[in-house]
Design a protein around this ligand. Structure first.
Ligand code: ADP
Ligand code: MG
Length: 345
C-alpha cells in the first residue's frame, strides 16, 4: 500500500513538474518576445570622415543613443578634417601649432602606434599624400625632385608634443586619415557600453561590434573582396566588442600606364605603398589600434607583416594578395565561406 502511495505521489510530482516546466517555458517565450520587442533594431546612416557610416543599434527606443553617436562622429569629423578650413587640424597644418584637445588626445594614441610600427603608420606622412593629389582628388605622379623636397619633412621628429600644445616644424603637416575612424569607433563603443546597448557600426572600412548580439548568435562580419569591394570574399563570426578594420588598395587610387597608385603611403619613399598586398584586415580590441595597424601592415608588405604579428599577441589579421587569402591562426575558427591558408606562430 505504502509503495502504491509513494508511486502515486511520484507520478503527481512528475505531472506537476511537467506543468511547471510548460508554464516556465511559456513565461520564457513571453520574455523572449518582450526582449525582442525592447531590442528593436534601428539603422542610421550618415556621412562623415569622407565615408558613409552605418549605425545598427539594438534597443535604442527613443533614438538617444543614435543622436549621441551622430554628435560624436560629426564633432570628430569637424575637428579632424584635413580639407575643411574651419577644422582644428586645418588650423594646425596652416599655423604649425594647436592646443585642440581632440588633436592632442589622438596624437597621443597615434604617436605610440607610429613608434610601435617603426614609422609605417605615421600621420606626418601628409605632405606626401597632398603632393600626389590625394587631397582634392587631383591625382598625379610628382617629379622625383618634388618627392625629394618633401621627404625631409616627414617623420614624428618634426612633431613636438607637450601636455597642452603641439607644434610642427615648418613644412610638416598631419593627417589622421589612417587612425581617425578607428578612434571614432572607440569613442562610440564607450558611449554604447555605458548605455548597455549592443550595436554594429560600419564606418567605411572600419567595423565595430559592441556587446553581445541580442538573439545570442555571433556577429557576422564580411571582409570586402578587393576585386569587387561591394561584395565579400570571407565572413568572420565574432562575439562581444571587436574592431575589424580593413585597409585596401581599392578604397582610393588612380591608375597610370597600367599601374595602380593607392592612397596608402610608405613614409620612407613618400610614394604609394606597393608591396603586392591588396588588403589587410586587423581584428583586435581597440579601434584606433586596428586602424593604425591595418595601414602599417599594408605598408610593411606580407613578410614583414607576418614577422610583426609573430612578435605581437594583441591582434589577428587577414592578408589578401594575388595568391588569395591568408589569416592568422586565431581567426581560423571564426572564418567561413572562403578558402584560406593559416599563418601560424
Ligand atoms: P581608409 O582611410 O581607406 O580607411 P587607411 O586607414 O589605411 O584607409 O588610411 C589611409 C589614409 O591615411 C590615407 O588616405 C592618407 O590620408 C593617410 N595615410 C596614407 N598612408 C599613411 C601612412 N603610412 N601612415 C599614416 N597615414 C597614412
Ligand atoms: Mg588605418
Amino acid at each position: 500500500m505504502k509503495r502504491i502511495l509513494a508511486a502515486l505521489f511520484a507520478l503527481l510530482m512528475t505531472l506537476s513538474l511537467c506543468g511547471c516546466e510548460k508554464l516556465q517555458q511559456r513565461l520564457d517565450d513571453g520574455k523572449e518576445k518582450l526582449h525582442e520587442k525592447v531590442l528593436a533594431v534601428s539603422d542610421e546612416t550618415l556621412e562623415a570622415m569622407n565615408t558613409v557610416m552605418q549605425l545598427r543599434l539594438y534597443g535604442d527606443e527613443d533614438g538617444a543613443a543614435a543622436a549621441e553617436l551622430k554628435s560624436i562622429l560629426t564633432e570628430l569629423d569637424a575637428a579632424l578634417s584635413v580639407t575643411d578650413p574651419d577644422s582644428a587640424l586645418y588650423a594646425l597644418n596652416r599655423s604649425g601649432k594647436s592646443s585642440d584637445p581632440t588633436i592632442l588626445a589622438l596624437l597621443n594614441e597615434t604617436a605610440a602606434l607610429t613608434e610601435r610600427t617603426n614609422g609605417a603608420a605615421d600621420p606626418s606622412v601628409y605632405p606626401a599624400v597632398r603632393l600626389w593629389g590625394f587631397t582634392g582628388q587631383n591625382y598625379h605622379i610628382p617629379l622625383q625632385s618634388e618627392i625629394d623636397e618633401i621627404l625631409p619633412l616627414l617623420g614624428m621628429a618634426h612633431v613636438h608634443v607637450s601636455a597642452d600644445e603641439v607644434t610642427l616644424d615648418p613644412g610638416s603637416a598631419l593627417d589622421f586619415g589612417a587612425f581617425a575612424k578607428g578612434w571614432a569607433a572607440d569613442r562610440c563603443r564607450a558611449a554604447l557600453e555605458a548605455r548597455d546597448l549592443p550595436a554594429v557600426l560600419t564606418l567605411g572600412g572600419n567595423i565595430q561590434t559592441v556587446g553581445a548580439k541580442p538573439d545570442g548568435t555571433d556577429w557576422v562580419i564580411g571582409v570586402a573582396d578587393p576585386d569587387d569591394p561591394a561584395s565579400y570574399c570571407l565572413t568572420l563570426r565574432l562575439t562581444g566588442s571587436r574592431a575589424v578594420v580593413t585597409s585596401g588598395d581599392y578604397e582610393r587610387y588612380f591608375e597610370y600606364e597600367g599601374r595602380r597608385y593607392c592612397h596608402i603611403f610608405d613614409p620612407v619613399t613618400a610614394c604609394p605603398a606597393d608591396t603586392g598586398l591588396r588588403s589587410v584586415t586587423v581584428v583586435c580590441d581597440s579601434g584606433v589600434m586596428a586602424d593604425g595597424l591595418a595601414t602599417a601592415l599594408f605598408v610593411m608588405g606580407r613578410e614583414k607583416a607576418i614577422e610583426f604579428w609573430r612578435g605581437s599577441n594583441d591582434f589577428e589579421m587577414i592578408l589578401i594578395d594575388a595568391d588569395g587569402i591568408s589569416l592568422t591562426e586565431g581567426l581560423k575558427d571564426a572564418a567561413a565561406e572562403a578558402e584560406f591558408t593559416v599563418i601560424s606562430r
